[in-house]
Write a protein that binds this ligand. Structure first.
Ligand code: SER
Length: 388
């Protein structure tokens, strides 16, 4: 099944069960939201989880693009991406978590044909504020799916305050032996789907209060699911990365970890630009700038003559199309090369400034402030240039 077929099968499965498809939002949360980017499918739906009636009813399904800077250090492993899509379903004060898990199990095994013997679940084991999630535990036991109980790993929140709750996660075995051990002890169990019983709100003082309604919020990473179903060893080997696998190696010779980082960051930068962000020194624009500069630093480490201008526009248009973005691929491409030019000039200036006698010895905080404020050289760049 390719990614488009998975999305269609998922949406139809939930439409058949009374869900309305909503169109996913952009990566930019509404004004006033303290978070820079949309980090999960529930994020744009927060007010509805808190009780506001949704115009399309109490059962929703969608595909939402997300960006997680918290995962940046994990990018390059086989399952994490900076920008990814999340398949999501919601019960807004309608059905309970067990029904969601039951449908989840059916969708994976009957809808997608996953071998039920390759599944494992985790369930919230209870803490001093909220008890063991017995309903989820019993559901999995009835279905014959092994369960591991955890506490912190089975509690989901989008931030320190706001809607949250115990969750039950579904894992798929990816080893080439029969399944063994449990998700927290063996990384060959890969998490595919999280079902959150979103019934609580965390207050500023840390207390939990019930939300006005008992919701269920589920999220499943699409690229990860697709690569697992396609029997591929990593998200970078699934069908959405096919053009990158085909075109990038002919352009730049990269080892696998560098290939993954370059593709992840460039693809993410394209989507972020496609949602209207421009490189800048703060906020969203700075995240974008860091993505592009991290790619350039890596590319130039082995060969300073490498240029983003060589990146085929096909990769930009494929990415924009995939994320249903309407931007002009040539303009997005141009923004990448403009940012490259700015970075090149900054590096030249940095090298000149750092060659001055004043900066040859150890640097203190005042030096770093001066280099940043007067010459626009961030600390991490100064450190990298001094190691050249
Ligand atoms: N909000 C949960 C997550 O992001 C489930 O959608 O994992």
């Amino acid at each position: 099944m390719d990614t488009e077929q998975i999305v269609r099968t998922f949406v139809e499965f939930y439409e058949d069960r009374g869900h309305h498809r909503i169109s996913g939002s952009t990566l930019l949360p509404p004004p006033g939201d303290p978070v820079l980017f949309t980090t999960s499918g529930m994020h744009p739906l927060t007010s509805y989880l808190e009780g506001r009636p949704h115009p399309l009813g109490r059962r929703l399904v969608d595909v939402q693009r997300c960006l997680r800077t918290t995962d940046l250090d994990e990018v390059g492993d086989s399952t994490h991406l900076t920008v990814f899509e999340m398949l999501g379903t919601w019960s807004l004060g309608d059905y309970e978590g067990v029904r969601s898990l039951d449908w989840g199990h059916r969708f994976l095994t009957e809808g997608l044909g996953v071998d039920p013997g390759l599944l494992h679940a985790t369930v919230f084991g209870g803490d001093d504020q909220v008890g063991l999630d017995t309903a989820s535990l019993e559901l999995w036991q009835e279905r014959g799916v092994p369960v591991e109980l955890t506490v912190n790993d089975n509690w989901w929140s989008n931030g320190p305050v706001g809607p949250c709750g115990p969750d039950s996660e579904i894992f798929l075995w990816t080893g080439d032996t029969p399944p063994r051990s449990t998700p927290t002890r063996d990384s060959r169990w890969v998490e595919v789907w999280n079902h959150v019983m979103m019934r609580h709100r965390r207050l500023d003082d840390g207390r939990l209060v019930p939300l006005p309604q008992r919701n269920v919020d589920t999220g499943m990473g699409l690229e990860r699911l697709a690569s697992l179903l396609q029997g591929e060893p990593s998200v970078y080997d699934g069908d959405v990365f096919e053009p990158w696998r085909r075109l990038v190696p002919g352009l730049w010779s990269l080892d696998e970890p560098s290939f993954r980082l370059v593709c992840d960051h460039l693809r993410s930068a394209v989507v972020v630009i496609g949602d209207g962000v421009r490189p800048a020194g703060t906020g969203r624009g700075y995240v974008l700038r860091r993505l592009v500069r991290r790619v350039l630093t890596l590319l130039w480490r082995d060969d300073p003559s490498r240029r983003l201008g060589d990146l085929p526009v096909e990769l930009v248009s494929h990415t924009l199309d995939h994320f249903r973005q309407t931007g002009d691929p040539a303009l997005v491409h141009q923004m990448l090369t403009d940012e490259e030019r700015r970075f090149t000039r900054l590096l030249e200036r940095g090298r000149q400034v750092l060659a001055r006698p004043r900066f040859r010895g150890p640097l203190d905080d005042d030096d770093f402030h001066y280099l940043h404020d007067t010459h626009g050289l961030p600390r991490e760049l100064v450190t990298a240039l001094r190691q050249e």
